[in-house]
Design a binder for this molecule. Structure first.
Ligand code: KMH
Ligand code: ZN
Length: 280
């Protein structure tokens, strides 16, 4: 039985660093978190850039530097967010791909996002999908709702598969405005996946644990991290990302599908050989 791919999403775009001790919002903090999360069982890191003030940024030079540093200092598969922050332009979100990550997120539709709207127009989704293939970046399709899975079927039918040919989806549950964080919603979404696709599941906020347990029960992979969850248990704040990855790895062990290594993850996601210098 295959193991469990664990993705860590350590930072996100929304949480100010002063509101979450342990949130890695600088490059040194991100590298330390990434190393520790790899040791705890993560194979993929989903990255949002932050500027010197700790605000979300899509600055391509900064992102290229962060991708390079993560490659030098870890073996993790490096995924950049093209979702950015709800205020980011389509142009800036598309330019993220120039930073040369291994994979990048491609959100499959628009949703209410708390009090905001996370806009993902169809022509923009198509542009992301095509540009990733041109640049040698493997897409991960983020689906916050069942309609996003219908859009994914349409995308693949009209525009062909992602680079490498394998379809991997991240099902995001529990966002205010998206699918609820329930086992029933997860099972419905899994039933709507394209044939042959694999999936990770992300439970936002208090949905983290039930969604992880349900995902493992139906053969899925896991995404955890402080982008999505700042509360470890009722009334207990998350200490750091490693704590969440370690719990995910323990659950994966209990499910009889231990955490995949970054090399295993590359094979699962049909990624090309790592574009990194060997580390001493
Ligand atoms: N920050 C959200 C608006 C992604 O990384 O691709 C979008 C997001 C999804 O976080
Ligand atoms: Zn993200």
């Amino acid at each position: 039985m295959p193991g469990t791919l664990i993705t860590v999403a350590p930072t996100g775009a929304e949480t100010p660093p002063d509101q979450a001790p342990g949130l890695p919002a600088t490059l040194p903090d991100l590298l330390a978190a990434a190393r520790a999360c790899q040791a705890a069982g993560a194979a993929v890191v989903h990255v949002h850039g932050r500027d010197a003030r700790g605000d979300s940024t899509l600055d391509p030079e900064l992102l290229a530097g962060w991708v390079g540093a993560l490659r030098r200092e870890t073996d993790l598969v490096v995924q950049l967010s093209t979702g950015g922050h709800v205020r980011d332009s389509e142009e800036a979100r598309l330019a993220v791909l120039e930073a040369g990550p291994d994979t990048a997120s491609c959100t499959m539709g628009t949703i209410n996002f708390g009090d905001d709207v996370f806009v993902n127009r169809w022509p923009f989704i198509v542009a992301l999908h095509l540009r990733m293939r041109e640049l040698g970046v493997v897409a991960e399709y983020e689906c916050f709702d069942l309609g996003h899975l219908a859009a994914l079927h349409r995308l693949l039918e009209r525009h062909g598969p992602p680079l490498g040919g394998h379809v991997h989806v991240d099902l995001v549950l529990g966002t205010p405005g998206g699918m609820p964080g329930t086992a029933a919603a997860l099972v419905a979404a899994v039933g709507a996946l394209p044939a042959g696709a694999t999936f990770s599941a992300t439970g936002v906020g208090r949905a983290g644990l039930p969604v992880a347990l349900a995902a493992l029960a139906v053969g899925g992979h896991l995404r955890v991290g402080m982008e999505d969850t700042l509360t470890y248990a009722a009334g207990v704040p998350v200490r750091d990302n490693t704590q969440l990855v370690a719990r995910a790895a323990a659950l994966a062990d209990l499910a009889g599908r231990p955490a995949l290594t970054p090399a295993d993850a590359r094979a699962l996601l049909a990624l090309p050989a790592p574009a990194r210098e060997p580390r001493p």
